[in-house]
Structures are given as structure tokens and as C-alpha cells.
Design a protein around this ligand. Structure first.
Ligand code: DP6
Length: 346
């Protein structure tokens, strides 16, 4: 028996992935870009054991056993990593035949699952990374990213720290659809992220389901596909130049556009709630109060109501004070069950 434990971080997109051109291989309709958050505070932790005595593959998520037979995406990750291990075993007969063993997987998130906090991204990234360690795979992080993509699209970005782009690729088989690092976490240490847990309830519409309804029904979505390539270039430039003004405006505009295409989906998808919208207004009011007209903070929302606020470190204390003033402690249980102060970077 062999057992390995690894953790993987959450990433929060500033240019959103929304829509697939191939739902089986998980190939996106547009490029996306995210910031990987520090693992110390938000992560998925996965332990995998492989044993010749196990009679079947089994999975426990946050302590509860799940039916793995229905989990096609996990099987994609098992299949790909086992195939790589098998090749190694064929080349070297002294290796333990781990590729033939069943595995037991235990995975835990230290944050609300499926509440729009990128739990699938860190969860599937942790799964693939742990399998790679278990099988001693001698492959690049990009290759692991390509495998993690087949578990959950956004997971391919969580294999890297810092600022990460997922290039949608052109190949039909998905061989060129994987993440690349735009800049390491050390590139922009002044940039921080504040995660505001508005609600830890499971979201009504999953990203997987929601994005395909958007592809099928939203005319606005087609327009977004024309806009994203220019935004990707502008965002990469902003990051490389540590230009918070451009980074902040692009981040807020892209979050707003993503939620607009959700609203344009028929029937509409609502991820934001009144508290999320109040935070958007608060961030704009805060930016408008800036004496030199410079942006001081940017919000972004994934497929859920929780806000992530990106800001230079020097503004963070003020932002936390504002948030706690307008969303006072008696509401804490409802609105900010667990406000993490997360420093960007793995
Ligand atoms: C709004 O990666 O969860 O967070 O590929 O179907 O697993 P699947 O979807 P998922 O979608 C994430 C969507 C998003 C934007 C983003 O992270 O880029």
C-alpha cells in the first residue's frame, strides 16, 4: 500500500471562463485568467492510498462517502494518470504495479463547498497533483494542468501559483488547452485579496450546468466572445506592469459582464444577492472617494454570491473596516461567516 497527501490552492478568475465548446473534454469557448490565492488559508487537502487489497475505487468528500461510479470527471483524471503510470511500469518491471490497484481518495476543503469559492478548482487540482505524486509521474506541471482540466475546467489554473492564464487552445482533442503562468506570486506581492463569505449555502445552479444554458440561449454571450481576447491581452499587460488601475477596471468589468450573460441566459441565472450588490456599490463609492481619482479596490464574483476584493495591501485595512462597518457583526453569521484575509500568491 502507498499513501500520499497533498494540498492545492483556490484560484479566483479576473477574466472568467464561462462556456464550453466540448463538454466531454472540457474545452472552453474563451481564454481566462486567474490569481491563485495563498494555500495557507484556503485549500483542498487530498489523501490517496493505492492498495492491491482494495476491491474498488472509493471517495470521501469532507468526511462523507460519495458514489464514485457516477463521477465521470474523476474517472477522467484516474484514467489519464493511470495510463502514464502504466507506461512507466511497462518500461521498468521492477516498479510496483500501482496502475492496476484501486485507490481510496479522501478530500477536504477548509471552506464552503460549492458556494462559488472555486472548490472544484482546488479539489480537482489536488486530486491530480496527489495522483501524480502517488504514481511518481515524471511529467510537467502543464501536462498535469491538461489532465486537471478534464476534472473541472478552472482546476487547470490551480496547478500554478501567481497569475495564471488558461489558453483555450484550438485542437479538437484538447491537447493545447491548458494553463500557463503569466507571472509568479512574487511578481506583485503588494496585491492582496479579501474573500467575503456572503453565503455558505450551496449555489442554485452549478457552473457546469449554468454555462451551457448560457451558450445555448444568450445572444449577449456571443458578443462576450469577441470582447475577451482584447481583455486577456490588456489584463496580461496590467499584471506584468503591476498597473492596479487597469487590473481593477478590467476585473470589475469582466465580473459584471459575466453576471450580465448569466442574466441574459434564458431562464436567467442569478448568482448575486442583495448583499453582493451592496458590496459592489460600496467598492464603487470607496473608489469614487479617492482624492486623486485612482481606483483603490476591485470586486469580482464567481458563480455564487461571495465577493473577492482585490486591492493593494496599503488599502486593505481600510476596506476591512468599511466592510465590517456596513455589514456589522450582528449580521456576521449571515453575511460574513468567515472573512478571510488572503494574500495573493501560492
Ligand atoms: C465562474 O470550472 O467550476 O468560476 O469546468 O464545468 O467544472 P466546470 O466549471 P468550473 O467553472 C468556473 C466558472 C467561474 C469562472 C472561472 O473560474 O473562470
Amino acid at each position: 500500500m502507498k499513501t500520499v497527501t497533498c494540498t492545492a490552492p483556490v484560484n479566483i478568475a479576473v477574466i472568467k471562463y464561462w462556456g464550453k465548446r466540448d463538454t466531454e473534454l472540457i474545452l472552453p469557448t474563451n481564454d481566462s485568467l486567474s490569481v491563485t490565492l495563498s494555500q495557507d488559508i484556503l485549500h483542498s487537502k487530498t489523501t490517496i492510498s493505492a492498495s492491491k487489497d482494495y476491491t474498488q475505487d472509493r471517495l470521501w468528500l469532507n468526511g462523507k462517502e460519495e458514489d464514485i461510479t457516477k463521477n465521470r470527471r474523476m474517472h477522467n483524471c484516474f484514467r489519464e494518470t493511470r495510463a502514464l503510470r502504466e507506461k512507466m511500469e511497462q518500461a521498468d518491471s521492477t516498479l510496483e504495479p500501482l496502475s492496476t490497484y484501486n485507490v481510496h481518495v479522501c478530500s477536504e476543503n477548509n471552506f464552503p463547498t460549492a458556494a462559488g469559492l472555486a472548490s472544484s478548482a482546488s479539489g480537482l487540482a489536488a486530486l491530480v497533483y496527489t495522483l501524480a505524486q502517488l504514481f511518481d509521474l515524471n511529467v510537467t506541471v502543464s501536462e498535469l494542468s491538461r489532465i486537471a482540466r478534464q476534472g473541472s475546467g478552472s482546476a487547470c489554473r490551480s496547478l500554478f501559483g501567481g497569475f495564471v492564464a488558461w489558453e483555450k487552445g484550438e485542437a479538437k482533442d484538447g491537447s493545447d488547452s491548458m494553463a500557463v503562468q503569466v507571472a509568479p506570486e512574487s511578481h506583485w506581492p503588494e496585491l492582496e485579496a479579501l474573500v467575503c463569505v456572503v453565503s455558505d449555502a450551496k449555489k442554485g445552479t452549478s457552473s457546469t450546468e449554468g454555462m451551457q444554458h448560457t451558450v445555448q440561449t444568450s445572444p449577449l454571450f456571443q458578443e462576450r466572445l469577441n470582447i475577451v481576447p482584447g481583455r486577456m491581452e490588456a489584463m496580461k499587460k496590467a499584471i506584468l506592469e503591476r498597473d492596479f488601475q487597469s487590473f481593477a477596471e478590467l476585473t470589475m468589468r469582466d465580473s459584471n459582464q459575466f453576471h450580465s450573460v448569466c442574466l441574459d441566459t434564458y431562464p436567467p441565472i442569478f448568482y448575486l444577492n442583495d448583499t453582493s450588490r451592496a458590496i459592489i456599490q460600496l467598492v464603487h463609492a470607496y473608489n469614487n472617494s479617492s482624492p486623486d481619482g485612482k481606483l483603490k479596490a476591485a470586486y469580482t464574483y464567481d458563480a455564487g454570491s461571495n465577493a473577492v476584493i482585490y486591492a493593494p495591501k496599503e488599502n486593505m485595512r481600510e476596506i476591512i473596516q468599511l466592510i465590517s462597518h456596513y455589514f456589522p457583526s450582528q449580521d456576521a453569521a449571515t453575511y460574513f461567516t468567515d472573512p478571510y484575509n488572503v494574500i495573493a500568491g501560492a
